[in-house]
Design a protein around this ligand. Sequence first.
Ligand code: NAP
Length: 292
Amino acid sequence: MPMTTVAFIGLGRMGHGMAGRYLDAGFSVAIWNRSKAKAEDLIARGARWAGSPADAADGADAVVTMVADDGASRAVWLGQDGAATKMKPGALAIECSTVSYQHALDLARDLRGRGLIYIDCPVTGLPSAAAAGKLTLLVGADAADLDQAKLYLAPIGDVVRHFGAVGTGTVFKLINNLMGAVQIASLAEGIAMAEQAGLDMNLVAEALATGAVASPQVIRHSKRMVARDFSGASFTAALRHKDADYAVKLAESLLARTPPVGRAAVEAYAHATAKMPDDDEGRMIEIVSRPK
Ligand code: NAP
């Protein structure tokens, strides 16, 4: 008889859609978010609103979290009313938020010490993919633990990449997002230069999106930057900065020299975050496009 009770914590752009997937899949779902307004439609669809992460976790077979950063993750798992205080021994703790490598290791040690199973599971994919159950899941876990978690991963992801032990999913996610930060910051600089030099910007956008530098990030952001169309923000400047910062700190622990390109991307996104923390990361173009 499979376990089917899930607690889902963190109903932001990503978490809201992910929680809905468990309802669609027929799980019994308890939900908690710092601000309750984001939960209303999920409650109407049958989710149980919990008064705290601990209340959500009470009786759950698996707890899945999707919150902003290390501080938020620490609060919802280990705070006074944190999920860990009420989870039953042997339950699964699945952290999907993008957190720092050190936090992932510390959290895993703490939760394992309480007799819980920890799965490191950051994701790639936009909020639309989260709502459709089509995220790519970047897992760090013991193989046997991953087997046990698969029932709870299936509703939210269609690709599972298992990189190794706990923490390795986060290592890959931070590398991936630091490279994304570099590409987007560099794209903004290229577009700003082309604008100031008077090029045909429709042609520039098309050439960038179909040429040798056309990564999915460049394809996604080039036309939006040229058109200054940032409707439907999906990933904020503040979250991109957080990921790049965590990634460079990890790089500093692995490499003899602080990676200069990564550090430049952190600085670029620190600047963007100071000006527009909750805006789309692509609005970086508005910062770099001021003419000389
Ligand atoms: P978001 O829309 O800003 O949502 C952030 C969530 O974290 C909200 O539920 C927020 O609660 C909660 N939160 C923040 N600080 C908290 C605290 N101190 N205590 C408790 N809860 C707190 O962000 P998102 O885009 O869904 O991203 C969530 C995670 O997924 C992040 O780690 C992000 O890096 C990662 N991610 C995002 C994307 C993307 O495309 N957006 C893709 C892959 C991975 P409130 O609602 O009360 O503010």
